[in-house]
Design a protein around this ligand. Structure first.
Ligand code: AMP
Length: 399
């Protein structure tokens, strides 16, 4: 069966068509600037040249219509007709407390997704638009929702309850949800597979370090704690997000700068993190170059980033008593040997010892720890699309 994987942002749409016979990617692409002037699709069928399709797209439905045309195009497509798409898997950011796993999308699920909008006002509406567009264009094709939050629904209450008046949890569902769940699940499972161990016997810390970053404690295959919280703002220092700060800073800055909560929210999400500290960039490649050229604030931003990750790894090691495996994934985790080294520097006391030679790896699966019986440190490229495709196949194969 071919599964189409869809990941909709507010003005973007990422897609992949996966042949589940051998899990090969037939087509992948990215639509940008939906609803904005200059909309375009970057479309690539495996074995063929990438094509750019430029056409106005007023909404996600139009974008998806063009994507499906491209997928079945006789020159640059991969299949002959839409009938060859057996199911669609949708990435959905927030499943609240309702979804602890992936689900076949029906009317009840759509209602539950609507109910989660207030928990993820920026993310869930475009996800819902993508599902609606697919339903309109492929009404007979089964669809599955795969949630970023679902993997973290095993986190125990002592790790998800905030020390606030309990009624905020009861009335408004204010609690830790965690994100990047599909990625943390994929790399933790993959680590166990590579090591030929049963995941039930492993304590793993997974570090998803990209534009958004989070660390998860995975005990016996289950998430028991994660650094992102009620929203993806908590936890690590990120490209433009602050991560953990003293909450008293917020009213202090609001008063000093005479700004309202919209503005302070924007500062915490878009102007903070390594961009805020360095004043240069949110991209770690730019920061590494600047730091190497002697820019002190770029160096400071990278040091603050690494220290925060180190702290979470140590905390999660303590929560699980000890860890067997430490995994690095996503843009920074897969590619930056200096950041991986900076993070592990100081964790020797926990038997986390990186091998500088093995660490000189990029973008592929590798073991990078010194082979002296300590924690196995691994680089594992994430593959959220494959995870979504697998969940989709598992759910639809029996209907
Ligand atoms: P992601 O959100 O997983 O796509 O990660 C994107 C981020 O990965 C970029 O913003 C960069 O900061 C970082 N990144 C990608 N390639 C490299 C690299 N070679 N070295 C350092 N950072 C990188």
């Amino acid at each position: 069966m071919n599964v189409l994987v869809i990941n909709c942002g507010s003005s973007s749409l990422k897609y992949q068509l996966v042949d589940m016979k051998d899990e090969s990617v037939l087509v992948k692409g990215l639509v940008e600037r939906i609803g904005i002037e200059g909309a375009r699709i970057k479309h690539e069928t495996t074995g063929k040249e990438e094509v750019i399709i430029e056409e106005p797209m007023k909404d996600h439905k139009k974008a998806l219509e063009l994507v499906l045309d491209a997928v079945i195009d006789k020159d640059y497509g991969a299949i002959k007709s839409m009938d060859e798409i057996g199911a669609v898997g949708h990435r959905v950011v927030h499943g609240g407390e309702v979804f602890s796993g992936s689900v076949i999308i029906d009317e009840k699920v759509m209602q539950a997704l609507e109910d989660c909008i207030e928990l993820a006002p920026l993310h869930n509406p475009p996800n819902i638009m993508g599902i609606e567009a697919c339903k309109a264009l492929m009404p007979e094709t089964p669809m599955v929702g795969v949630f970023d939050t679902a993997f973290h629904q095993t986190i125990p209450a002592e790790n998800y309850i905030y020390p606030l008046p309990y009624k905020y949890y009861e009335d408004y569902k204010v609690r830790r949800y965690g994100f990047h769940g599909t990625s943390h699940k994929y790399v933790s499972k993959r680590a166990a597979e590579i090591l030929n161990k049963d995941i039930k016997d492993l304590n793993i810390v997974t570090c998803h370090l990209g534009n958004g970053s989070s660390v998860t404690a995975v005990e016996g295959g289950k998430s028991i704690d994660t650094s992102m919280g009620f929203t993806p703002l908590e936890g690590l220092v990120m490209g433009t997000r602050s991560g953990d700060i003293d909450p008293a800073i917020i009213p202090f800055i609001m008063e000093k700068e005479n700004i309202d909560f919209h503005e302070v929210n924007n500062i915490l999400n878009k102007k903070s993190g390594v961009l805020g500290i360095s004043g240069i960039s949110s991209d770690f490649r730019d920061l590494e170059i600047a730091a190497n050229e002697g820019n002190e604030r770029a160096k400071l931003a990278l040091d603050v980033f690494c220290n925060r990750v180190t702290k979470y790894i140590a905390a999660y090691s303590a929560q699980m008593c000890s860890i067997d495996v430490l995994v690095f994934t996503a843009g920074i985790g897969e590619n930056s040997d200096t950041i991986r080294e900076g993070i592990c520097d100081g964790l020797e006391c926990l038997n986390i010892i990186i091998d500088p030679e093995l660490n000189k790896t990029r973008g592929k699966e590798a073991i990078i720890s010194k082979n002296i019986g300590g924690v196995t440190i691994m680089v594992i490229p994430t593959n959220e699309e494959l995870m979504i495709a697998r969940d989709t196949l598992n759910l639809v194969k029996n209907i």
